[in-house]
Each structure stands twice: as structure tokens, then as C-alpha cells.
Design a protein around this ligand. Structure first.
Ligand code: MG
Length: 358
């Protein structure tokens, strides 16, 4: 194309004028040209000067705004190729990820503050746990993709998905169980991180495309309790008669509830309520799991469960059951029975553990 041929849409702008109008630097414009993100309308073959058409300004401004949001260039290129509604949801999805990542780092920073200020070691009483675990296929599904594990140092539930969801959840739980046999001395936080990476690797090593798993686990290291969490399985704490949920669901629906765009009630019946923001074995290099230290109180009763329980058994019934149960084994049997009595639409997995003084 000649300079005149490219001129049909109006007077072309030199790179300096276009940079000024778009608030992008000439250096950035050259980079974006190289990446195919914003090629000039015309390049003078003799001088190499770049010329831009005025109707490229809208795209240039969008690129500039998305850079200010912090979006990587490769994603900006994808967004620029999309129509309005699709582009809007791509920007929203990107920002959901940023906020999820920030929340993770906030939690980790809080744990580190507690750890460094010695607050997490004020309770030095050594405790044990009494535990029971149970999983059930339910009444509708043909196979069980949930997995559970409970041992003296590790409690875990996982809810697999995809072609090899069963393999994924078993691999994650198996890797944690193995890890729990020899929790390295010193620094439970670091150990939790290693445990998550090990579980993620075990899931990826299966090589099942599109398969992955949630993972919610507690580690006991003498007088310290650590929580690992990714996906939409949950951990609850029963303390002094009250039931407290101590994990957030990593789902798109939960994100919209947090932002006030959906009510909790609407979220419960949302058709995409199980669509995960994060999971083990999913895309991305780092398993973005929450890793947290918890204070240890003898008398606490913990529940870990998959969505097969909480989606059909109301919290009030879960609380009543945990309060009434004689021990962990009684509690998991009764919770699984209730989810099947409510139709058993999904696989269900429960672990219940009591913290007792040693
Ligand atoms: Mg499930």
C-alpha cells in the first residue's frame, strides 16, 4: 500500500503526532508494531518512518488503558481482536484473576506478620487430632471423583473434574498423604507450599487433558495447624457451638457475590456455580493455592467437605450434626447420609477432626 492509498480514512499522522494523541510513547508504538498489536497504516519504505491513520486512535487508547490496568501485551492483543461484549468479559476475567491473586498475597502477608511477630507461637500447647474420613458416589453420578485422606498429620478432601477427575483427586490427596509422613522440620508455611506444589505436580504428571481437582487440606505439626486450599471444597470450624466457614470458594460465582453483582441466594442456584477460578492441574504455571497458618485450640472440631455436601445440606443442619455427633466417625457417616437423603446429586467427601490436648 502506498502512503496515498492508506490515506483514504483521512490524513495520516507521523509517529510523534500519533504518540501525542494516543498518549503512548514512540518507543511503545514501535514495540507494539513489532508484536503485531498496533501496526502502522503505512511505513515509508525509504525512511522506515511509521504513519498512523486517525481511526487507529481508538485502538491505541484502548491499548494504553489496558496497559495502565496492568494487562500483559499478549492478552491485550487478544482483547483488541474481540467484539465489545466479548472484550468486556475478557477484561473482567483478567481483573478477577488479579484480585484473586492479590487476596492470596494479602493472606500470605498476614500469615507472615503473625509468624514474624511470634503471634502464631503463643499457643505452644501440643495437640493431637482424632479423625474420620468418608466419601460416597451419591445417587446420581456413575463414578466417584471425590477423594479423602485422614492421618495423624494430614487431613484432605479433593473433588476432581474432567476426563480423569478420579485420577486427579486421588493423585493430589495421595501426594499430600505421602508428604505428611515426613513434614520437614521448621517452617510449616514453607512446607505447606511444597506440599501444594507436590500435589500439583502429581496431578499434572497424569497428563489428563482438561483434568484437575480442588484440594482443601489441614496439616498438623505439633502445636501448629496449617491450611491449604484451592477450588470450591470447603473447611469449616465448629468452636464454642458456632459453625464458621474458614475458606472462600474460588469460583466465578463467589467473585460476583463478593463484588455485589449476585446475592448469595442467587449464587446458590446459579447454573455455573461450580465453574472454578482456580484448581490444581489447571492452566498456568503456579498452583495459586491459599496457604495459611491457624491457631490451635483443643476442643475445636474441623470439617473438610466437597460441594456434594454443602450444596444440598444447609449449614444449620451441618452445625447440628457436628454438635450432636459422638465422634468424627459418627459425624462423617451422618453427613454423607444427609447428602444422599437430599437426593445425592453429586459425589460427596467429608473429613471430620477433633483437636485434643496431648
Ligand atoms: Mg463435586
Amino acid at each position: 500500500m502506498t502512503r496515498e492509498g492508506a490515506q483514504g480514512v483521512g490524513e495520516l499522522l507521523g509517529i510523534g503526532a500519533f504518540a501525542h494523541a494516543s498518549r503512548l510513547s514512540p518507543k511503545a508504538l514501535r514495540l507494539y508494531d513489532g508484536l503485531g498489536l498496533l501496526p502502522p497504516a503505512y511505513v515509508d519504505p525509504a525512511s522506515g518512518y511509521r504513519y498512523y491513520a486517525p481511526d487507529q486512535l481508538a485502538r491505541a487508547r484502548l491499548v494504553a488503558w489496558l496497559r495502565r490496568v496492568g494487562m500483559p501485551l499478549a492478552r491485550i492483543r487478544d482483547v483488541c481482536a474481540m467484539e465489545g461484549a466479548e472484550a468486556a468479559s475478557a477484561v473482567r476475567a483478567y481483573w478477577d484473576g488479579v484480585e484473586a491473586d492479590t487476596a492470596l498475597r494479602r493472606d500470605l502477608a498476614a500469615s507472615l506478620v503473625d509468624h514474624l511477630s511470634g503471634r502464631d507461637t503463643t499457643m505452644t500447647q501440643t495437640v493431637d487430632i482424632q479423625y474420620a474420613a468418608l466419601t460416597d458416589t451419591g445417587l446420581v453420578r456413575e463414578s466417584n471423583q471425590d477423594a479423602v485422606y485422614a492421618g495423624d498429620t494430614v487431613l484432605a478432601v479433593a473433588d476432581g473434574f474432567g476426563a480423569d477427575g478420579e485420577g486427579a483427586s486421588s493423585a493430589a490427596v495421595g501426594a499430600l498423604a505421602e508428604f505428611g509422613r515426613s513434614v520437614p522440620a521448621g517452617g510449616l508455611l514453607g512446607a505447606l507450599d511444597d506440599a501444594v506444589r507436590g500435589a500439583d505436580r502429581a496431578v499434572r504428571d497424569l497428563g489428563g487433558p482438561e483434568s484437575g481437582t480442588t484440594l482443601t487440606a489441614l496439616f498438623l505439626d505439633g502445636a501448629q495447624l496449617g491450611l491449604v486450599h484451592i477450588g470450591d471444597s470447603r473447611a469449616y470450624l465448629l468452636r464454642d457451638g458456632g459453625l464458621f466457614r474458614i475458606t472462600d470458594d474460588h469460583t466465578h460465582v463467589q467473585r460476583q457475590i463478593d463484588e455485589g453483582r449476585l446475592t448469595a441466594e442467587e449464587g446458590r442456584s446459579h447454573p455455573q456455580r461450580a465453574l472454578l477460578l482456580r484448581a490444581l492441574g489447571a492452566d498456568g504455571e503456579d498452583p495459586a493455592a491459599e496457604v495459611r497458618l491457624r491457631d490451635v485450640h483443643p476442643g475445636d472440631r474441623y470439617l473438610l467437605c466437597s460441594d456434594g455436601l454443602y450444596a444440598v445440606v444447609p449449614d444449620a443442619d451441618v452445625r447440628r450434626t457436628l454438635l450432636a455427633a459422638d465422634g468424627p466417625a459418627d459425624a462423617v457417616r451422618e453427613l454423607v447420609r444427609q447428602s444422599n437423603a437430599a437426593g445425592g446429586p453429586d459425589n460427596v467427601a467429608c473429613v471430620v477432626a477433633d483437636v485434643t490436648p496431648r
